[in-house]
Design a binder for this molecule. Structure first.
Ligand SMILES: [Zn+2]
Length: 136
């Protein structure tokens, strides 16, 4: 992965190597995961690649019973719902991801602000997926 490669391919490659990469704006310090070549806050394109520690807190989540075709293919459905959410990393980036370790039958038992840690879900012949597991 090149120093200035903020493409989806570069991001997916780092995931397959067990690294969660973000792009950080050299001007204002904003961090983005997945990678962005241009800062959403100050519109500069002076970004640098930084590896995330993979720790954060859950800021939003939903339990999804009727998912995307990809999730249906993986066996999720009304009987087996999954949790999708937004994690705010320690570095400040907000990452949409699958959330693991949630009791999907009693989702109210866990709360916004719960600490989570990154996990990489490897799949055969497909890009690795970013997920976060609730820390117990
Ligand atoms: Zn910026």
């Amino acid at each position: 992965m090149g120093e200035n490669d903020f493409s989806t391919a570069a991001y997916n490659q780092s995931l397959s190597q067990g690294k969660l990469m973000g792009s950080r704006c050299r001007k204002c310090g904003a961090v983005y995961v997945p990678l962005k070549p241009i800062c959403n806050k100050c519109y500069k394109s002076e970004m640098e690649l930084v590896e995330m520690k993979g720790k954060g807190r859950l800021v939003a989540y939903t339990i999804i019973a009727v998912g995307t075709p990809m999730m249906i293919e993986e066996g999720f459905n009304r009987e087996h719902p999954y949790c999708s959410g937004i994690v705010e990393l320690e570095e400040g980036a907000r990452v949409p991801a699958r959330i693991l370790g949630v009791d999907v039958r009693n989702p109210e038992k866990f709360m916004i602000g719960t600490p989570v840690a990154v996990e990489f879900l490897k799949r055969e012949n497909k890009p690795t997926i970013v997920a976060f597991r609730v820390c117990s």
